[in-house]
Design a protein around this ligand. Sequence first.
Ligand code: PBG
Length: 334
Amino acid sequence: MADAEQNLSRRPRRLRRNAATRALLQETRVTVDDLIWPLFVKDGEGDAEAVPSMPGVRRHTIAGLVGECREASEAGIKAVALFPVTPAELKNDSGTEALNPDCLVLRAVRELKKALPELLVITDVALDPYTTHGHDGVLNAEGTDVANDATVAILAQMAVAHAEAGVDWVAPSDMMDGRVGAIRSALDDARHTGVSILAYSAKYASAFYGPFRDAVGSQSADGAAYIDKRTYQLNPANPRESMVEAALDIEEGADILMVKPAGAYLDILCRMRQLTDLPLAAYQVSGEYAQIHAAAERGWLDLAATRDESLLAIKRAGADLILTYFAKEIALGR
Ligand code: PBG
């Protein structure tokens, strides 16, 4: 008796009956305005190189990067985050290339800003693209750990160099103590009061960064994609610790807080949303992107549907902004 219907005071399914009702009642939406597109840039001329563990992602020359960004910008993308692939011969133990005013990422920033002044450009402030050991800072005298204060002093100079090259936001991704405050005061001293700090407040020591380290070549010296960064990145088991980090970044002057990775850390995003009214970003990292692609390649998941749901979940958990390698294809409506 399929159609013997009861009197029910509440039938929540009424509000899911058809597409129009569902659209009217949709609580969360991801729009192109929410997305920040991370890109890899390499030196030299010629073609872009594919990153095998990140299907569809390439390492671009500066000229290629400008072209990609022009297309993305025309499709509505408002912001990009740049990551340099530093040639091995320019790396050393202390990552001195980071302070070279003519280093790859700064040349890329200048070219981009010249070609597309309206496109917001974000750069990472951390030493891992420049150090032979792949850590985000310089090591202590014993070589046993990243030295906090020495690293922070370099990061502050690095942020000023990036501001000088024209970046809109600097994104300290290093997880050193006191770096947001040091960067803010260095920027202000150098009269870059308009440059914002997007702080990687809760960056976890995650295994999901593996493909990124392939992409930028920031593996450890022995080539292992997994580098132990647990003395500075957060323990994936700890939600409360992220609140301590976020509170410090707020106090030190961060403009926007970020949680990273995103998909496996939605509880952290949710808590952070309750902690602060500052804007919140989340980084859907390389491993999250690779997972979706790998399953889709096997025909096990639908790429676009899984991609869209993964981003919706991040937004629903409280992110205002999402860094995602899917940004451009979404903007293009693919
Ligand atoms: C470097 C940095 C990393 C990522 C962004 N900035 C890697 C790391 O901390 O080792 C990862 C991004 C991704 O996996 O997509 N400080």
